[in-house]
Every structure is written in structure tokens, then in C-alpha cells.
Design a protein around this ligand. Structure first.
Ligand SMILES: [Zn+2]
Ligand SMILES: [Zn+2]
Length: 142
């Protein structure tokens, strides 16, 4: 992890600790609530600035899913997300993209591809259980 040159203020450390302890990809508001629950009293701008700083330093990833608020991720490895269309829960899919995709894309577009933000949509296991009364067509069961 690139921690070189990071100016760890108490606020940045606290914000980073919260995100690292939160596998659910919290929004800035949720991070704010968790900080408060731990007894921190930071202004929203302080939290927001800390998030932006940590993202710029590569310690956090900002995840944009549709039009909802940015979410923050302490997992900076290459991974895809799948979001539940019913409840918004996000799961991670830890697998590198097939290299052929990158190569084909580079060939077709002429771009040098350096990364990807992949978001899949689906129905999470909990919602599938709840939705047995009217199972959505196309949802795979096993
Ligand atoms: Zn993630
Ligand atoms: Zn769900």
C-alpha cells in the first residue's frame, strides 16, 4: 500500500479506520454517522475533505453507482461490484477482468486502457428470499 507522503491527521486516520472497518461501501453520510457513534465530532466538510484526500492518495476508492451518492471503499485492489436493485446492498467480486476484454477494447478504441469501474446489477440473496411470492423473471435459481 502506498502510504508514502500521507499526512495522517487525527481526522484522516479516524475516517480511514471507519471505511476500513466497513465492508458495505458507506457513503460520506454513513461514515459521518459511524464517526459520531464512536464519539468523534467532525464537521461534514472535514469528513468530506478527508475522504477526498485519502482517495487522491490511493488509500480509498470512490465508488459511483448510478446516480446515488459516492461510496467509499478501502479495498483498492481491482474488483467489480454487484449492487442489489431492491435494497442497494453492494457485494464485491474479486476477480481480475479477462485480459482479452482489455486488449479488444484497446484495439477497437485505440485507447490505452488503465482501469475499469464495473458495476453489475442483481438481486441479493436476502431479497431473493423475500421475493419468493413474485419471483422476478430471469433471476437464476440454484
Ligand atoms: Zn469494493
Ligand atoms: Zn437486496
Amino acid at each position: 500500500m502506498m502510504t508514502k507522503g500521507v499526512n495522517w491527521t487525527a481526522q484522516r486516520r479516524a475516517v480511514f479506520d471507519i471505511v476500513q472497518a466497513s465492508p458495505d461501501h458507506p457513503t460520506a453520510n454513513e461514515i459521518m454517522e459511524r464517526l459520531t457513534a464512536r464519539g468523534h465530532r467532525y464537521a461534514y466538510a472535514t469528513v468530506y475533505n478527508a475522504l477526498r484526500y485519502l482517495t487522491e492518495k490511493g488509500l480509498l476508492r470512490e465508488v459511483k453507482i448510478g446516480e446515488s451518492a459516492s461510496r467509499y471503499d478501502a479495498n483498492t485492489h481491482e474488483h467489480a461490484h454487484v449492487v442489489c436493485e431492491r435494497c442497494g446492498t453492494i457485494a464485491e467480486f474479486e476477480q481480475a477482468l479477462p485480459e482479452s476484454w482489455m486488449n479488444d477494447m484497446a484495439q477497437q478504441t485505440g485507447y490505452r486502457v488503465v482501469g475499469a469501474e464495473l458495476v453489475f446489477r442483481g438481486i441479493c440473496p436476502d431479497c431473493q428470499r423475500v421475493a419468493t411470492t413474485h419471483a422476478a423473471p430471469g433471476v437464476e435459481r440454484d
